[in-house]
Write a protein that binds this ligand. Structure first.
Ligand code: ADP
Ligand code: ZN
Length: 727
């Protein structure tokens, strides 16, 4: 329960700047625990949250008063508890955790300071480059408004450029609109008649939501079985209960399609939260969520840290997706933290996937999660037939990748007016550029990575740090002219091959780097869905969730691609990705086929993909991981040391490995140091130690003891990654 503090009483405040509490005096009018406040720190004013009673470890007369209590709902106990728990799980300083919980742009600003900018009336025909970039941003976001700084940043120009456009009348400057509530959603607006299977599943989920208690359900079903339809019924029930719901999606590119679907179901658009949303809209969302005036949030992982007034349901869609764990300063797995958030909020959580993670599968097996399975596709459509193309028997000329069998299948589809997807999970034109005279391979100057040719951009790009450079005319090593050659295929090169093989066909390439904006991508997807393409060439972007009703053939160029390397999760990933991609075929009335080009059709993973026998696959995987004592049957952590000098960080790593008493005490093992999975990035070398412990071991505590004594030279950093994605 929140405490109230009278003016002058000591309160302890967590700020976004320091990893410890500071004492302040409550301001005139007093304040509550959880209040968002503006406090003085040295000469600065910073954002903080009142955490509780002050400890008074020093003279009360020296304590400064809080400047101001912000006009937003106080942070609720369960969110504060969530920040503490995520912080101690991931070993993240509390001020960094608080920053995740206060990501509302302009939260600390006085309302009078806010102006917003939107499209004006008079757009001149001739504009400088910088100015037209500003106009492009405004066009891309429709009627949205931006703060000055935000607009300038997005357009990559100075604020004076925007101001210049305001003078011209091309951009209008207005007072920020008052944040308004989101229109109410109607749970009974557009529900569908459910099949028997779906209705049973929906009833079970609704019952969970009605209990207003914590419970986790793994909702499993092949793509097209109606998982979304079913979990939207749980959302509807949550709305009826007057509680808030959150749907997490793994990829921003999927949100606009999903929002349209929510609108069709509930009559109104939900609140949206991710990095592609404008700052004014994000601030509105943050505030309305806190007041309970946003009933449903559709968002990216950081939406877990919004200040919900009464969160009753979380859905994690595509729960197996690896992008739920990403480094945005704090290394957390959003799926796991969503389960924690739900338990702290007496909320239900639904993990939805066609190909669950081994973690969730194991938890369901242990009975920690309920399991609901939708076994067949909705309506007429059936799972595609899956077959291997044995590349050892195919004659494919060098520099070409499409087998005759696949080519014939595509031709048949074109004749029938159906679509084919050519899938290759590699962006760019060619993954490697090599000099035929000296064998030199063009690599990034700052990373341990080869430069990937991007022919549309006419540049070489490093996929690790994003650095680009022009394709040189001569070999950088031996200076030979005209000897640089592309090796291997990327989607752009596939587009070239497809265009040559099918000159009459309309070809569309879907790769995240080919679209400047979310709107451009959305338009392309709509075009494809309406039939304006015969052949789609795509990376994993297409594997995730888009519905192409005319698509009946999926051809996978290199099904073996993900199986290389030593990562213990490689099999799981490949299995998930391949099943997912294949699931794109035949989603409407027409039956689909998936053809996998492979050099190792007997490989157990390829066989499992083809047969679709998941239980068997998972049991085999589980047995292997159990034997190795790795997640989900043991715990792991990665310790990454990075710095400019490779020898120095190896020494530090070795020093850690030799002095691992705190780990030995809990029976944990240390491996390494070895080059990290990304061994060099932006000029910094990285080595990694892996720690393996039993499931119940107090790992975090031991890791802190172990690493905190290490003296790090300037310029060297140590990061701890609990539950690393690759091991
Ligand atoms: P999943 O999430 O499992 O991939 P969806 O919920 O997206 O499946 O359903 C696949 C397609 O089938 C969607 O276009 C959806 O609208 C449709 N669909 C599913 N269930 C029903 C139903 N009961 N009535 C009408 N259409 C349905
Ligand atoms: Zn690089």
């Amino acid at each position: 329960m929140a405490d109230y503090f009278e003016e002058g009483e000591l309160v302890s405040v967590l700020t976004t700047q320091l990893d410890r509490m500071l004492d302040y005096k409550a301001p005139a009018g007093g304040c509550w625990t959880g209040a968002f406040v503006d406090v003085p720190l040295g000469p600065r004013k910073i954002l903080g949250v009142v955490w509780g009673r002050g400890r008074g470890d020093f003279d009360i007369n020296k304590c400064r008063p809080i400047n101001r209590v912000l006009d937003v709902a106080p942070m609720r106990d369960e969110l504060r508890e969530f920040l503490i728990r995520v912080g101690s799980y991931t070993l993240t300083p509390m001020n960094a955790m608080l920053r995740l919980g206060t990501r509302a742009p302009g939260l600390g600003d006085a309302p009078s300071m806010r102006k917003v900018y939107r499209m004006g009336g008079a757009i001149p025909n001739k504009l400088t480059d910088a100015r037209s970039r500003v106009i492009d941003v405004l066009r891309d976001y429709g009627g949205a408004s931006f703060t000055l700084k935000e607009l300038a940043e997005m357009a990559g120009c100075g604020t004076s450029v925007v101001k210049g456009l305001v003078k011209l009348g091309a951009v209008s400057e207005e007072d920020a609109p008052r944040d308004t509530a989101y229109p109410p959603l109607d749970p009974d607006f557009g529900g569908k008649d459910l099949s028997e299977d779906q209705a049973t599943a929906a009833a079970e989920l609704r019952e969970g939501v009605r209990s207003q208690r914590y419970g986790c359900t793994l909702l499993k079903g092949v793509t097209g079985s109606g998982k979304t339809e079913v979990y939207l019924e749980a959302v509807a029930e949550c709305l009826r209960q007057g509680r808030q719901a959150l749907v997490l999606l793994p990829e921003i590119a999927l949100t606009s399609e999903f929002i349209t679907r929510v609108e069709a179901r509930f009559g109104m658009k939900p609140a949206e939260w991710h990095s592609g949303v404008t700052m004014t809209e994000r601030r509105r969302c943050w505030k309305m969520v806190g007041q309970g005036d946003a009933q449903l949030v559709v968002g990216a992982r950081s939406a877990l840290f919004l200040p919900y007034r009464d969160l009753g349901l979380i859905v994690v869609d595509e729960e197996h997706d690896t992008s739920y764990k990403q480094d945005d300063g704090v290394l957390y797995n959003a799926r796991d933290m969503a389960v924690l958030r739900a338990s702290l909020n007496d909320a239900q959580i639904i993990l939805a996937s066609a190909t669950p993670s081994l973690e969730s599968w194991a938890n369901a097996d242990l009975g920690k999660y309920k399991r609901i399975t939708l076994t067949s596709r909705f309506g007429e459509s059936v799972m595609p037939e899956m077959n291997a193309i044995d590349m050892r028997n195919e004659q494919v000329p060098s520099g070409r990748w499409i087998s005759n069998s696949l080519r014939t299948a595509i031709t048949e589809r074109i004749e029938k007016g159906e679509q084919s997807l050519v899938f290759l999970n590699r962006r760019g034109y060619a993954p490697l550029t090599i000099c035929r005279a000296c064998g030199h391979q063009i690599a990034c100057d700052h990373c341990d990575a080869r430069m990937v040719e991007h022919r549309f951009l006419k540049r070489l790009m490093c996929h690790q740090c994003g650095e680009t450079k022009p394709m040189p005319d001569t070999c950088p090593s031996c200076q030979a002219e005209g000897k640089l050659n592309p090796v291997g295929p990327g989607v752009e090169r596939m587009a070239e091959e497809v265009t040559e093989l099918f000159p009459e066909a309309r070809v569309a390439v879907l790769s995240s780097d080919l679209f400047g904006s979310a709107r451009a991508l959305k338009e392309k997807i709509e075009e494809i869905a309406s039939g304006e393409a015969d052949i789609i060439i795509g990376t994993q972007l297409v594997a995730k969730g888009h519905n192409f009703p005319l698509l009946t053939l999926v051809g996978v160029i290199d099904a073996d691609l993900g199986l290389q390397g030593s990562d213990l999760r490689a099999a799981e990933r490949t299995f998930q990705l391949m099943r997912q991609v294949a699931g794109r075929a035949g989603r409407a009335a027409k039956a689909g086929t998936a053809l996998l080009q492979t050099y190792q059709p007997e490989h157990h993973v390829i066989r499992a993909i083809l047969s679709g026998d998941e239980e068997q696959f998972w049991e085999a995987e589980a047995a292997e991981r159990r034997a190795a004592g790795v997640p989900p049957y043991g715990r792991m952590a990665g310790i990454v040391i990075s710095g400019p000098e490779l020898a120095e960080i190896f020494d530090l790593g070795n020093h850690l490995a030799r002095n691992a008493e705190p780990l030995r005490r809990i029976g944990a093992q240390v491996f390494g140091p070895a080059p990290a999975p990304i061994a060099r990035i932006r000029g910094r070398n990285r080595v990694r130690l892996l720690v393996k412990a039993e499931k119940a071991a107090p790992l975090q505590q031991a890791l802190t003891q172990w690493t905190s004594h290490l003296k790090l030279p300037n310029n060297v950093r140590l990061a701890i990654d609990i539950d690393p994605q690759s091991f």
